[in-house]
Design a protein around this ligand. Structure first.
Ligand code: EPU
Length: 476
């Protein structure tokens, strides 16, 4: 552990700089300058299969929460396998504002988070982070425990639906928090301390489950959480909290039981791999008729995806150090998918896979049941020649959470089509990656703009495209 990092995002960024990537100059990048591209744009010449090996590091949706958990410890924590993505840098910036000392370790992706001097941050400084991520909402419980107060700026994140925080706020109130809405965020206090509660979530929300965990571990007494999310990233967070001294049991039927303890220590933990990134590269292998070894990936957390990948006509081999995904030749087959909470098919997997489905022989259907607005990315695919019709009527199931509302809930994709290159703009993180895949698959040239969104969740993706033999022009 050597170098101290400042609150500046640029400095924090160096903490996860990939040693392999450092200093590498791409011919493609130099060419980008010549054609006047900004660093937010890429020109892709499609039609070349992606082939080679890339590594996937820790999950965005765990690493950011693990960093928040470090606030709860009396002693420093060490998080390994931290990805170099902008969502991590946003959380690091917020932690630093609250007095957490962040230093980088000797290994790439190793961070030490020292919460010994946690302090109240200036509201104006926190405001500067408004709209940049959804993670700040998870600071509520830890800051209330550490400081007795919290200010949370307005949240950002992908615009893929309303994304309310009512489950979070209801749960915090049950612990005893008092919440005041301010013009640019919310302010919380806990005049009588935080006490264990009996909470039932209306839906197994990932974020609300994390909120309850991060609050209950130091709350006085016991907490029973029913209808909890049980995603692998949640289980990894529970492992972290247990290392810190928490007492948490996962019980059948989505029940999590937490016995509050008076204090926690720091943890030493390697973040679980990013299964969303893994699925994205797997989909890229399939759509480009390529062959990609995705290092750092494990089978168990990918089982649901692997089944669908095989049904569509992709092939894979599971190795100790990763999974190889490839297109074995022949026609791809259509599928019917309903996105769902774990262990169902993740909502984050559908966008990258849709590109491959445009090449399948026949009609595929995707029912999106987690978010109300996650088909916006299909407009660009249609512009590129895809046959995709999006419907406001979803599955006819009485028990469905999103009923017959005015949301685009189902997409019917008819293939095979030949995608043509086009100028397209990235709308959100996963939709953006699907645009990259579409451009890589299409005949001719595509210009993809608004690339910055993709770096929120995909580490060194330009480097990885280069390693996989993509034909592109980019200015770093
Ligand atoms: N919801 C509410 N009220 C709440 C909280 C959630 O109505 O208070 C609704 C949401 O609007 C949504 C559904 O419940 O319709 C599920 O939301 P959830 O809370 O489970 O999602 P999240 O915690 O906001 C995380 C990931 C998402 C991932 C979902 C589902 C992070 C930072 N984000 O979001 O990841 O899609 O769980 O697995 O962990 C991504 O990585 O691109 C991404 C969007």
């Amino acid at each position: 552990m050597t170098e101290k990092l400042t609150t500046q995002d640029t400095a924090v960024e160096t903490a996860t700089e990939d040693a392999d990537a450092a200093g590498r100059k791409l011919d493609a990048q130099r060419a980008g300058a010549r054609v006047g591209l900004t660093s937010d744009e890429i020109i892709i010449n499609g039609g070349r299969p992606l082939k080679g090996r890339i590594e996937v590091r820790g999950a965005k949706n765990l690493a950011t929460k693990a960093m928040v958990a470090a606030l709860l410890g009396k002693t420093p924590s060490v998080l390994r396998n931290v990805p170099n993505i902008s969502d991590v840098r946003v959380v690091a910036g917020l932690l630093a504002l609250h007095g957490v000392l962040i230093t980088k370790g000797d290994q790439a992706g190793e961070w030490r988070l020292d919460p010994s001097n946690v302090e109240v941050a200036h509201q104006a400084d926190i405001d500067a982070h408004a709209g940049s991520s959804r993670i700040p909402i998870l600071f509520c419980g830890p800051l209330l425990h550490r400081l007795g107060e919290a200010f949370i700026p307005d949240l950002g994140g992908c615009r893929i639906g309303d994304r309310p925080i009512d489950f979070h706020l209801d749960a915090l109130r049950q612990f005893g928090a008092v919440i005041e809405k301010l013009p640019s965020g919310i302010s919380l206090t806990a005049p009588d301390g935080l006490k264990g509660a009996n909470i039932e979530l209306p839906y197994p929300s990932v974020g609300a489950t994390e909120q309850v965990l991060l609050t209950a571990v130091l709350a006085e007494g016991q907490t029973e959480l029913r209808n909890a999310a049980i995603e692998p990233e949640i289980v990894d967070l529970i492992c972290i909290l247990q290392k810190m001294g928490a007492i948490i049991s996962m019980e059948p039927n989505r029940v999590i039981f937490i016995e509050g303890v008076p204090e926690l220590r720091g943890y030493d933990h390697r973040a679980i791999f990013d299964r969303n990134e893994a699925a994205s590269w797997a989909a890229a292998a399939l759509a480009t008729k390529g062959d990609i070894f995705v290092g750092g990936v494990e089978q168990e957390e990918m089982m649901t995806f692997l089944n669908v990948f095989r049904k569509v006509g992709g092939d894979f081999d599971v190795h100790d150090d990763g999974i190889r995904f490839w297109h074995p030749g022949g026609e791809l087959k259509p599928v019917v998918i309903e996105t769902d909470v774990h262990p169902g098919f993740m909502t984050d997997w559908q966008q990258p896979l849709v590109v491959a489905l445009t090449l399948a022989q026949g009609e595929s259907t995707i029912h999106e049941t987690v978010y109300e607005n996650r088909f916006g990315f299909t407009d660009a695919l249609v512009k590129m020649g895809a046959d995709i019709v999006v419907y406001k009527e979803g599955l006819h199931d009485e028990n469905r959470r999103v009923k017959r509302r005015e949301f685009e809930q189902a997409a019917v994709i008819t293939g095979p089509v030949h995608l043509r290159g086009a100028d397209i703009e990235v709308p959100d993180l996963r939709g953006g990656f699907s645009h990259l895949i579409a451009a890589l698959t299409a005949e001719g040239q595509s210009k993809v703009t608004n690339l910055g969104i993709i770096s929120r969740g995909y580490e060194n993706f330009i480097e990885k495209l280069h390693l996989l033999g993509a034909d592109f022009v980019y200015e770093s």
